[in-house]
Every structure is written in C-alpha cells, then in structure tokens.
Design a binder for this molecule. Structure first.
Ligand code: APR
Length: 308
C-alpha cells in the first residue's frame, strides 16, 4: 500500500486495536512500535496472518526500531500507562509526560512530515506536550478524545431511545476529563435535537454517564478501555488518509477560538489530508461557555504542572 501509519505503544491494548482496525479496513501499511519490541513484532505478525481471511493487503511489521516508521503519514501515540480503578486520567500526568518526551524525539527524527495523533492520557495535556516538543504546526497534532466521548454518548442515547446508533450525532466539547461538556442542544437523533425527545433528567443522566464513561469501563475491566478508543482513532486515521473532511470533535491547539488561547481543548474540527483544516466555531450559551472555560482551566492546571 502507499500509505503508512505507525502506532507507538502498538503492543498495548489501545495500540493493537488501532493497528488491527487500520489493517482490516485496508487503510494503510502499519508499523507497530513498542518498548515491548518482541510482543510488537509478534502482534504485527499475528495481525498480518489474519489478512488472508480478512481480505486485506495491508503490510504489518512490528518491533522497537523507529527507523521502520520513516515516511509515515500518521503516527499514533498510544504508549503510556493506562488508568487503574480509582485513578483519574490526571493521575497519569508525570509518567506519561516522560514517555511523550521519549517518543516525540523519535517522531521528529524519523517522521518529520507526519500528522501525530496522541491518545495517551491525560489527553489534552499530552497533546500540548507533544506539540511543544515536536515543534510541528498545530494542524498536525490532533488529539483523540472527542470522537470517543461522543461515541459513548451516542451509544447511551441509542440504548435509551432504542434506535440505531447511526441515527445519532452527539456533540461533546472540552477537555477529556470529568469537566468535559456534552452539548444536548447540538445532539440529534435523525436531525431531531435530543432536547425534544428526552426529559431534562434523562439528558443529564446521559451527559453524566458520558463524562464518567471511561471510569465506568475501568472499574468493570480493571484497566482502561480499548475497543471504543481504538475505533475512534481508526475513524480519525481514515478521515485523514481519505481526505474525507469529516467534522469530528478533536483536541486541538486553540489560539483564540472559543475565547481560549494557547491550549489544547476538544472542539469540532474539519479533518482532511492536511490534518486540521478548519476549527468549527459554534455559538454557545453563557452556561455552555462557562462550562467550556472551566474545562479549559482544568487542562491548563495540568499543562502548567509539566510546564508545556
Ligand atoms: N515507548 C514505547 N512504548 C511504550 C513506552 C515507551 N517509552 N512506554 C510504554 N510503552 C508501551 C507499553 O509497553 C505498552 O505496550 O505502551 C503500551 C501501553 O499499552 P497498555 O499498557 O495496554 O495501555 P492502553 O490501555 O493501551 O492505554 C494506553 O492510552 O487510553 C490511553 O489512558 C490510556 O494513556 C493510556 C494509553
């Protein structure tokens, strides 16, 4: 194939799910890199051996050598410590920041033209670290959070209303943490705002469950989620590689948009071959704007702690 995606941390739960989704959809060749280099090689081989059955000619290789990543169109960063029950995403700050330092240095060296999709948590702060450390333009550092958060909200709405998940659009703004801002006004079922279909109490319950959706899985599974995060990354990768110009909620570096300056926060963006091609600005009510400002402040607390 003529497109290439590297997944750093690809021997882990989220990374392997991303690699597998890209291969099955035949979006690109995949390089799986991990400090667990043998495991990365083994998983890549296993996934490649599924290709004859899946009908995919995506090539997969894996190991610990970043030279293999050279020429990647996209580098996904899933390397990092996951949450354990009772931990917040913010608890991972220092340890995952060190990992971002190591991997970003390698990305700059081997993939200077790639689009980077950070996934490690705390997501928005890790994006900001990668952005600062890489010196890449803001169009090429795009955090995965909102696609996952809105998928969770869509799933909860589908369960509640007993309709197809495909009929549902859900809108989530803000940092990928407890302060995220689900927007019911802009969340729809076949174009109908959910505010016309559900009571305020039910909407609040669904928004709350969305905001703590990651913790819910972590508690049940014993570590953080990987299927929905993996699918969310794959959607972003597909959108970029096919230049689809889908509008997706992503964590991007805001420079005045939504009144937020020099900070990664989740907002709707148009994704295409060049990465972030447009930041979509929508009108917010006073309450929504205040909730977004609170969420941004929570991100800033973390970026200040690591000085990025
Ligand atoms: N370089 C390369 N790979 C690394 C490094 C490093 N410096 N440090 C850790 N890794 C690898 C681990 O070897 C492991 O295979 O990152 C992988 C992480 O995988 P898991 O422990 O299974 O974690 P996962 O559930 O995939 O989550 C990864 O994504 O959703 C977020 O909060 C989550 O920050 C976490 C990340």
């Amino acid at each position: 194939m003529n497109r290439k995606v590297t997944v750093i941390g690809g021997a882990g739960n989220v990374g392997a799910t991303v690699a597998r989704a890209i291969a099955v959809k035949e979006l690109a060749d995949v390089v799986v890199i991990d400090i667990a280099d043998q495991k990365a090689g083994g998983l890549a081989l296993d996934m490649y051996q599924a290709n004859p059955i899946e009908g995919s000619d995506a090539r997969l290789i894996g190991g610990g050598d970043y030279a293999d990543a050279a020429g990647s169109d996209i580098v996904v960063i899933t390397s990092g410590v996951p949450r354990k029950p009772g931990m917040s995403r913010d608890d991972l700050l220092q340890v995952n920041y060190k990992i971002m330092q190591q991997v970003t240095e390698q990305i700059v060296k081997h993939c200077p033209n790639a689009i980077i999709v950070p996934v490690a948590n705390p997501l928005d702060a890790m994006c900001q670290a990668v952005y600062r450390l890489s010196g890449f333009p803001r169009e090429r550092v795009i955090g995965m959070a909102g696609v996952l958060d809105s998928a969770r909200m869509r799933a909860f709405l589908a369960m509640e209303l007993n309709v197809s998940v495909e009929n549902i659009h859900a809108f989530v703004l803000g940092g990928h943490g407890d302060t995220m801002v689900p927007l019911p006004r802009y969340s729809t079922v076949a174009g109908i705002p959910i505010t016309k279909l559900l009571s305020e109490e039910r909407i609040k319950a669904i928004c709350d469950r969305t905001a703590s959706g990651g913790a819910e899985i972590t508690k049940l599974v014993g570590t953080s989620a990987w299927y929905a995060p993996g699918s969310a990354v794959a959607e972003m990768v597909e959108t970029i590689l096919k230049d689809k110009k889908k509008i997706l909620p992503c964590s991007v570096f805001l420079q005045g948009e939504y009144g937020i300056h020099d900070l990664f926060v989740g907002v709707p963006v148009k994704l295409g071959a060049r990465g972030v091609e447009q930041i979509i600005q929508i009108e917010l009510t006073q309450d929504e704007q205040a909730a977004l400002a609170k969420s941004a402040a929570a991100v800033k607390e973390l970026t200040d702690l690591i000085g990025v």
